[in-house]
Design a protein around this ligand. Structure first.
Ligand code: GUN
Ligand code: ZN
Length: 670
């Protein structure tokens, strides 16, 4: 089964896969349909896929007969994709079931299920390690057997391993060899029931470390909309909800922020049909069955709405903002979010390098988003140009346009404004100038139009964690400078200590970044140290820069009439042109920026056709979605260049779909 990624944010994906009964867009919610007693018509809610239980069908003579004769789609009256579970859950509840793994696979195939599940063993959390290991061995054997005995059935292969992170990862790696179609993460229901979200995050992320990127993952038994965003941000694509009925039977309303009890309500909680057509009193007076059906309708409505919202957030690049919002509604969910901080690097590996919308800071957890650590890493690509550093507070953006006006005065101010690490008078007219700001710490003026340094907002009243974060960033960054001058506002805002007030007259820089220096810094930051010189040389006179008449921003860069790079307006990224690609290819050794394609696909790449994942033999591990890449053959001959649509980790795992959107050579070559 081919799974295709359309949009990405954090580890989350909007994707599509096809089954014999239709296309499913992910993230998707699979309502649980009981084969004997369905209360709601889930088709009306936009369900493309549902889940039902093959063991319940198997155990009931009437259902079994009907399913074998007419198929499961007719049995539950659902024409779209059907996934079936195997009875593992019953096994975990009752301790024993009377069907073998092979029998349950064959049975699912016989009733025409689209996606079937092997008989994994859901090991409870916090058991003894030996127990988890023994269970795991059986789960892995059954996954292998299932892949052998199925013929056309698409297969679920469940990751187990209880709360032992290494067992989760080991299980995922082993079952991934047996080529299933979907990888559920199992036995997490007890964790969610206990509100152990930090442990849930551990279990999910360690499972992800062992799973391939090219298959959907199903977080089994996760049916509450308040966990969807967090789970999607960790790479989960599918959810199943029996909760919409179970909660409704107990008069509970699911909301993306948590659960409400009918008995506590004086107002209906949302704008769905049920909440607008009925009052709380009407519901309370209704007979129980009718009421449960209406609340189930509300629950399903809210759950699907949350899935749609998550998809939109991924397209917009705002998934982490949504996750932070959701996790703030319950302290234990907040534990989950805080635990996720430990896995910032896992997230960075799959996070796009540019996004459509601005980075909105919602609290100190936002400092753990991968954009922040990536910035700190890329900042190391820039080498200091002077021995002196001036640190200014933020202004309106872009900083370079406003700092001069607001903070740089060329004569002694009446009130001393600067602090220094140096007692003696110093001339700061030759200095590097940076701004210190939340959430990115240090921002050189040359990078003030680059995503996300220009496209972010944070509150002007800082929390203690942000202050500490900025102090650390300043400490780290200033080690490469001899003399440091810090504006009073920075000292005050971030409670900096250990600098002396400067009362002497100072010569301060103009703090205007030349276009040439700006280009070179961006190139180093985006492509790696030295890229600026490789692309543009050392003499500004050789380079022609064309700017937008409207925005005054750099648009095109030429040398002797040949286009080197263009600057993308929305994120300030440098986009390679022929000459730029040739120069970076010459300057950087493989594998830096490289995507190596097979011999058969060389002619296509040369013609400017998109590169498909199956033709990629190898690629630079550091490539992320939206990065500029060099397309080469196995001898490192430059064939083309373009924009990556995926992270290197995805390109390596996917065998279908596009990897690189290639740009056409403008100048005819050779
Ligand atoms: N439903 C909820 N949890 C699980 C699990 O771990 N395995 C299976 N097969 N179904 C589940
Ligand atoms: Zn409602």
């Amino acid at each position: 089964m081919d799974f295709e990624i359309k949009y990405k944010d954090a580890m989350g994906r909007v994707g599509k896969f096809k089954t014999p009964h239709g296309t499913v867009t992910t993230p998707a919610l699979m309502p649980v349909v009981h084969p004997g007693k369905q209360t709601l018509d889930v088709k009306k809610f936009g369900a493309e896929i549902v889940i039902t239980n093959s063991y319940i069908i198997y155990k009931n003579e009437e259902l079994k007969k009907k399913a074998l004769e007419e198929g499961v789609h007719s049995l539950i009256d659902f024409p779209g994709t059907i996934e079936t579970d195997s009875g593992s859950f019953q096994l975990s509840v009752y301790g024993d079931i009377d069907i073998t793994n092979e029998e349950v696979i064959k049975f699912q195939e016989a009733i025409g299920t689209d996606i079937g599940t092997s008989l994994d063993i859901p090991t409870a959390p916090y058991v003894k390690r030996e127990e988890a290991e023994e269970d795991l061995e059986i789960t892995i054997k059954r996954a292998e057997e299932a892949s052998r005995v199925r013929s056309n059935l698409l297969l679920n292969s469940v990751v187990q391993g209880s709360t032992f992170p290494d067992l989760r990862e080991k299980c995922a790696k082993e079952i991934a060899q047996y080529d299933a179609d979907i990888y559920p993460i199992g036995a997490v229901v007890p964790l969610m029931e206990m509100y152990r979200y930090a442990d849930l995050v551990d279990a999910v992320i360690y499972s992800m470390r062992g799973l391939p990127e090219n298959k959907p993952r199903h977080l089994m038994g996760a049916g509450h909309p308040m966990v969807f965003a967090l789970a999607v941000a960790m790479g989960c694509d599918l959810f199943d909800s029996a909760a919409y009925i179970l909660y409704a039977n107990k008069d509970r309303f699911m909301m993306p922020e948590g659960t409400l009890k009918l008995e506590d309500l004086i107002e209906m909680p949302c704008s769905c049909r049920v909440c607008t057509e009925y009052t709380v009193d009407e519901l309370k007076q209704m007979d129980k069955e009718k009421r449960a059906k209406l609340i189930a309708e509300h629950n399903l409505h809210v759950s699907f709405a949350e899935i749609r919202r998550i998809r939109q957030a991924i397209v917009d690049g705002e998934l982490m903002k949504l996750v932070e919002l959701r996790c703030r509604s319950h302290p234990f969910l907040l534990d989950g979010l805080r635990r996720l901080k430990e896995y910032q690097q896992d997230m960075e590996k799959l996070n796009p390098s540019s996004k459509k919308t601005a980075f909105f800071y919602t609290g100190y957890e936002s400092l753990s988003r991968p954009e922040v650590s990536k910035h700190i890493k890329c900042l190391n690509n820039l080498k200091p140009k002077n021995k002196n550093l001036v640190i200014l507070p933020h202004t309106r953006k872009p900083y370079s346009k406003y700092v001069h006006r607001e903070y740089i005065k060329k004569y002694t101010p009446k009130i001393p404004t600067f602090y220094s690490n140096n007692d003696t008078y110093l001339d700061y007219s030759n200095s590097d100038v940076v701004v210190a700001d939340v959430p990115f710490g240090i921002i050189p003026l040359s990078l003030d139009e680059y995503y996300p340094l220009a496209q972010n907002e944070s509150p002007s009243i800082h929390d203690e964690d942000s202050k500490q974060f900025i102090r650390n960033a300043i400490d780290e960054y200033t080690t490469i400078y001899d003399n440091i001058l810090i504006h009073r506002k920075v000292m005050d805002k971030f409670d900096l200590k250990g600098y002396n007030l400067v009362e002497e007259e100072l010569e301060l820089p103009d703090a205007i970044v030349s276009d040439f220096d700006r280009l070179k810094d961006i190139a180093d930051y985006q492509f790696g140290t030295g890229a600026g010189t490789a692309l543009f040389g050392d003499n500004p006179d050789n380079i022609t820069i064309e700017k937008s008449r409207k925005t005054k921003k750099i648009r095109h860069v030429f040398e002797d009439g040949a286009n080197i790079v263009n600057m993308r307006a929305n994120d300030g990224f440098l986009i390679l042109s022929d000459l730029g690609a040739i120069r970076l290819h010459e300057f950087f050794d493989a594998p830096h920026m490289r995507v190596v394609v097979t011999e058969d696909s060389e002619p296509f790449a040369l013609k400017g056709k998109s590169v498909f994942n199956k033709f990629v033999m190898d690629c630079d591990e550091n490539i992320r979605r939206n990065d500029e890449v060099l397309i080469v053959n196995k001898d490192d001959k430059l064939l083309a260049f373009g924009k990556s649509l995926l992270s290197s980790y995805e390109i390596n795992d996917f065998m279908s779909g596009q990897a690189i959107k290639t740009r056409k050579w403008k100048n005819p070559r050779e």
